[in-house]
Design a protein around this ligand. Sequence first.
Ligand code: SF4
Ligand code: SF4
Length: 169
Amino acid sequence: MISPDKVREEAKKRENENFKFRTFLKCHVDEDELDSQFLRLHKELFADYDCSKCRNCCKMYKGSIPPEDIDRDAQYLGISPEQFIDTYLEKEEFALNYQTKHKPCDFWQEDGNCKLGDCKPNSCKKYPYTDQPERLSSLLSMLDTIEICPVAFKIFERLKQEYRFRTRR
Ligand code: SF4
Ligand code: SF4
């Protein structure tokens, strides 16, 4: 697996190739088949990967907290919802969700754990979304994800091998 601190650089080097592969998938691949390929590779490659040694998804994004999580998260941290918002969050005028004030996310801890524990947002639990349906319509955001997540990067590389993409061109 590629090292978390090298993944952006390597993804940038393959930017053109990855965009062409995305177009190839869009034109040639069945949606359900692609979902099952992603799911299989997701299970295989995350099985022995220790995310606590990476946490690029916490370091390279701000945290995104939906308003409906605020009371629960504040209670988990033992503070009031107002204190929770004042201490950790900000919100742009028309945005749906709050964002953490800083990047890395304010809830990221040096040991790799999230300060919100199991109360972390669903979007964090689902990241990098490689086991979720509708991969075919999410391929553009996948191109961003493979600049952040070493496992998603590897999944994309394995898909290229399985479609023998390099030898097709
Ligand atoms: S989901 Fe991806 S980016 Fe996040 S910690 Fe795991 S390997 Fe790293
Ligand atoms: S809320 Fe937790 S899991 Fe989500 S980005 Fe922040 S530290 Fe990571």
